[in-house]
Design a protein around this ligand. Structure first.
Ligand code: C2E
Ligand code: MG
Ligand code: MG
Ligand code: MG
Length: 288
């Protein structure tokens, strides 16, 4: 009906508007200067084991510590960096800082697996995987400690080269994760072609899944698929106790979301994990 349609348009309008505004804010010069000044840094968000609430993995998510705008989220700069051909430089800075964080935590007796987001466009370059492998080996970090999450907003243009790099990473023992599974190009087709080790279910199938039978069915099918393919499963966008409980009942492996912790600076991560551990203890006590 026209009313429904108007509601739908109204609900999309402001989002499109604010995204356009956010994109226009930062100029190419400003972004190039920020990369040179190394204003980008990783924030870390835990992935918690649903079985016992334990946290052994974190995802590195890019933030821009902007001198005027404060801490800026990647929605405002990733696409722009991709368009300018600068995404590799960002990835590299994330990798270096994630490796440094890994070593600092390890020195304090905390061993995390760190997931770094890779853009598929980077993986078209021959020898890209070897650069990563060489760098992490040089840092003395074993391959089991790093996972690469792959997302793409457009179709792969040079699949053979991507596959060569991805296979190389996987053969070396790094984890490979299909990010935002179920949306965009994060599809069954990619799942069939790339040697993934982890399936990350997009938050659109997770947040509030308890309320929708259809969403719960798709969630269950994705978990079943992950299990049959021998992949570990991660649900993103776990925002409530109900989301957590549902995923636990469904046998999902890991949960990531605001219910456990928001992305944190490296310094704030241990505190956030301690708070979650308390929450989880209370939750388990209440359930027992
Ligand atoms: P992603 O890799 O799927 O990361 C998950 C996003 O969901 C993060 O947004 C995270 O803050 C957000 N999130 C986590 N838990 C919840 C929740 O419970 N509810 C809701 N509503 N959201 C949640 P963020 O940090 O803004 O990153 C957005 C996207 O930007 C990432 O999505 C990823 O695709 C991209 N990105 C971030 N860092 C990098 C990077 O270093 N390189 C590349 N190539 N892309 C990156
Ligand atoms: Mg990711
Ligand atoms: Mg994701
Ligand atoms: Mg996502």
């Amino acid at each position: 009906t026209p009313d429904k349609l108007r509601q739908l348009i109204a609900s999309y309008g402001p989002v499109a508007e604010s995204q356009r505004a956010r994109r226009a804010v930062f100029s190419e010069d400003e972004i190039r200067a920020a990369l040179e000044r190394r204003e980008f840094l990783p924030y870390f968000q835990p992935k918690a084991r649903l079985a016992d609430g334990g946290i052994d993995s974190v995802e590195a998510l890019a933030r821009w510590r902007h001198p005027q705008a404060g801490v800026v989220a990647p929605g405002a700069f990733i696409d722009k960096l991709e368009g300018l051909g600068l995404i590799d430089e960002l990835t590299w800075q994330m990798l270096e800082q994630s490796a440094a964080a890994w070593k600092a935590w390890a020195a304090q007796g905390m061993e995390f697996r760190i997931s770094v987001n890779l853009s598929l466009s980077s993986l078209e370059q021959p020898g890209y995987a070897d650069r990563i492998i060489f760098y992490l080996a040089e840092q003395g970090i074993g391959s089991r400690h790093f996972v690469f999450e792959i997302t793409e907003s457009t179709a792969m243009t040079d699949l053979p080269h991507c596959l060569e790099n991805l296979t190389r990473l996987r053969m070396k023992g790094y984890g490979l994760s299909i990010d935002d599974f179920g949306t965009g190009y994060s599809s069954l087709q990619q799942l069939a072609q790339i040697p993934f080790s982890e399936l990350k279910i997009d938050r659109s199938f997770v947040t509030g899944a308890c309320a929708s039978e259809t969403t719960r069915t798709m969630l269950a099918s994705s978990l079943d698929l992950a299990g049959r393919l021998g992949l570990s499963s991660v649900a993103e966008g776990v925002e409530t106790r109900q989301d957590w409980a549902l995923l636990k009942r469904m046998g999902c492996g890991y949960a990531q979301g605001y219910f456990m912790a928001r992305p944190q600076s490296a310094a704030d991560l241990p505190g956030a994990i301690a708070r979650w551990t308390e929450t989880h203890r209370a939750l388990s006590a209440a359930a027992a």
